[in-house]
Design a protein around this ligand. Structure first.
Ligand SMILES: Nc1ncnc2c1ncn2[C@@H]1O[C@H](COP(=O)(O)OP(=O)(O)O)[C@@H](O)[C@H]1O
Ligand code: SF4
Ligand SMILES: [Mg+2]
Length: 321
């Protein structure tokens, strides 16, 4: 059985320009010990999917579909059930650890906090577990009682990972966990995350706009465009031999790890994503696609099996670069 199953997820935000369809029917599964990458340009709905899993969406969001975590539908849980699930069943590592950590509290205390809140242990026991966790993510004993500003960006992100692991979650979601870090530190943090997953048999979702990073670190990758999954498959294969023209453009943008400067407008994919407050007819990628035909603008392509991938495209590529 999967740790996490997302079926028919739709999320619409109420905005001043009208309803904005951020996620338009997404299906995903995650197994124990598996690392799933979620890729796509800024604005394609990755964070909305992630925050839906823990129901951390703002009240302006209308959600439908099914998100099954540890056998229960997250979307039907009471607040009491949700409180139990957060941290203990699933937890999240966000981008920008500097802003998420409390600047006036020592990091070992911050890591101990969810343990005290969720488990019947003394403050001293929680503190000692926090220190052990910090050790596992590479923060030495001598730095465990530092304040966040005394640590480097990479170390702060390690603290965030320790905090997310504090209550032994089964599912960990890392939303652009390394975007703010330099290339060397990025690679170390991602290696740490994937190692922890293998050791503890967790399920991990790594979100990134950088398909090359996901291609090397994940087992499977799902590429999102305009609120839908347009391609998924074995990670290396999606990166090396994309079948959807959008994924192929994304993998051309990041030939090597890093290159955060092209995050917002990948030059491999000219043009902009569609306005999600407008009704989308046909393939959402058609206005930017060199292969678009009349069929593409009239009908929405369904997800279909193409080689080892699932692809939503009427004219998929043959997988050679
Ligand atoms: N709180 C919100 N209110 C209104 N629109 C939002 C909100 N959060 C995200 N959006 C919109 O939803 C779409 C998807 O955003 P997001 O999930 O953050 O994408 P990504 O993480 O892939 O960059 C974007 O068009 C974004 O502007
Ligand atoms: S369905 Fe058509 S427009 Fe959409 S990606 Fe495929 S070829 Fe391009
Ligand atoms: Mg995001």
């Amino acid at each position: 059985m999967s740790l996490l199953t997302i079926e028919g997820l739709r999320v619409t935000y109420a905005t001043s320009s009208g309803p904005l369809a951020a996620v338009r029917g997404v299906d995903l599964t995650l197994d124990a010990g598996e690392v799933l990458g979620l890729a796509g340009e800024s604005g394609c709905g990755k964070s909305t999917v992630a925050t839906s899993v823990l129901r951390l969406l703002p009240s302006s969001a209308e959600v439908s579909g099914r998100i099954e975590l540890a056998g229960e539908n997250v979307l039907e849980m009471t607040w009491g059930q949700l409180r139990r699930v957060r941290w203990a069943d699933a937890s999240m590592v966000f981008q920008g650890a500097l802003h998420s950590l409390n600047p006036v509290q020592r990091v070992d205390r911050q890591v101990a906090e969810p343990i005290v809140l969720h488990e019947r242990v003394s403050a001293a026991q929680a503190r000692s577990r926090a220190r052990a966790l910090l050790g596992q993510v590479g923060i030495p004993e001598s730095r465990a009682a530092d304040y966040p500003h005394q640590l480097s960006g990479g170390q702060r992100q390690r603290v965030m990972i320790a905090m997310a692991l504090a209550c032994n979650p089964k599912v960990l979601i890392a939303d652009e966990p390394t975007t703010a870090l330099d290339v060397m530190v990025q690679a170390q943090i991602l290696a740490l995350l994937t190692e922890l997953v293998r050791e503890r048999g967790l399920g991990l979702i790594i979100i990134s706009h950088d398909l090359s990073v996901l291609g090397t670190q994940c087992d499977r990758v799902a590429v999102m465009y305009a609120g839908k999954v347009v391609e998924s498959g074995p990670a290396r294969s999606v990166f090396d031999s994309a079948r959807h023209p959008y994924s192929a453009g994304l993998s051309a943008v990041f030939p090597t790890i890093g290159q955060a400067q092209s995050r917002y407008r990948p030059e491999g994919v000219p043009g902009d994503p569609p306005d999600l407050t407008e009704q989308i007819v046909g393939c959402a990628f058609a206005p930017r696609c060199a292969r678009a035909s009349a069929e593409c603008t009239a009908t929405e392509p369904p997800l279909d099996t193409v080689g080892p991938h699932e692809v939503a495209c009427f004219h998929p590529l043959d997988g050679t670069r």
